[in-house]
Design a protein around this ligand. Structure first.
Ligand code: SAM
Length: 291
């Protein structure tokens, strides 16, 4: 029997669940200084965390205004290092290639890929406001002929199958079911294409999600997956890991410094530090080939 719902015609575009609408509401309303003030420095807007050793001498700056400025700059440098690390794993890309930035935020990751490889990029976000903002930035930079952002669901993009040489999720996998996500990446990537993710995941060896992991879920309205779930879902969706890197230790200096930045803190800093230090949470880079 075929059942046709009377309200089929009212399904919103992008197709999304009530949960996804709440996630979109969150990102449409989001104006955190830690995202906006850092981005303003060079118009590279990242909504992810940073990696690498921090220059903590910025904290010794006696002038309060200058101290704030140097702290903001240093956090941005660490976020930029994270974006560059991800981009460095996208494979051999040429200017003719196309990449897919799943859950693209205000667009920094696609700009980084375009500047590095000259490639075309399609960013997708469930937030209409983010997509508009990112497209404005691309126009301002004069790269809008190659880089575009779309208000769509990354689980169901409608883009052409096999059209992409590389794709990634930078801190956006925790909003979706991994099997649905990886099925869409596998569909979009050409054979031999590259998939990369940097993500927080809970550590299976801890047992289940810790109190801190649950607090992070509540803070961002997300659902952090265990590390094991990534590899199972990749194996089921033609994505074969070629490189895995535990970035947990490399992530600590960023959070330790951010905690000191009174003008940028969001209140979740100590929770991240505890989660990383008690072994319940990991910051992971996974690189996979589409076979
Ligand atoms: C933490 S931000 C990361 C943004 C970006 N990747 C970056 O590194 O700057 C999470 C992003 O995932 C997006 N997102 C969450 N669920 C989504 C979905 N189902 N489809 C598309 N985007 C989604 C949000 O709109 C937001 O842009």
């Amino acid at each position: 029997m075929t059942t046709v719902h009377a309200d089929t015609a009212r399904i919103p575009v992008p197709t999304q669940s009530t949960y996804q609408t709440r996630v979109a509401d969150y990102w449409n309303a989001e104006e955190n200084p830690v995202n906006l003030e850092l981005g303003k420095i060079d118009d590279l807007y990242h909504h992810h965390y940073g990696i690498g050793d921090a220059d903590r001498t910025v904290l010794d700056e006696p002038d309060p205004g200058r101290r704030r400025e140097r702290l903001t700059g240093e956090l941005h440098r660490l976020e930029e290092a994270q974006a560059q690390l991800l981009a460095s794993h996208l494979g051999q890309l040429s200017p003719a290639d196309r990449v897919f930035d799943a859950g693209c935020g205000r667009g920094g990751g696609s700009v980084v890929a375009n500047l590095r490889y000259g490639c075309h990029a399609d960013g997708v976000t469930i937030s209409a406001k983010q997509a508009d903002f990112a497209n404005q930035q691309a126009r301002k930079r004069g790269i809008d002929d190659k880089v575009s952002y779309h208000h769509r669901n990354m689980l169901d993009t409608g883009f052409t199958s096999g059209a992409y040489a590389a794709s990634w999720n930078n801190e956006s996998t925790m909003y979706v079911e991994l099997d649905l996500l990886f099925a869409e990446h596998a569909r979009l990537l050409r054979r031999g294409g590259r998939y990369v993710t940097i993500t927080g995941c809970y550590n299976d060896t801890y047992g289940r999600a810790s109190r801190e992991v649950s607090l992070i879920n509540a803070h961002y309205i997300c659902d952090i997956h265990p590390r094991s779930a990534y590899f199972r879902a990749m194996a089921r969706n033609r994505l074969v890991p070629t490189h895995v890197q535990d970035l947990t230790q490399a992530a600590l200096p960023y959070w330790e410094l951010r905690k000191e930045a009174d003008h940028l803190v969001t209140g979740i800093e100590d929770t991240f530090l505890t989660a990383y230090r008690n072994g319940s949470f990991q910051y992971l880079l996974i690189v996979a080939d589409r076979v």
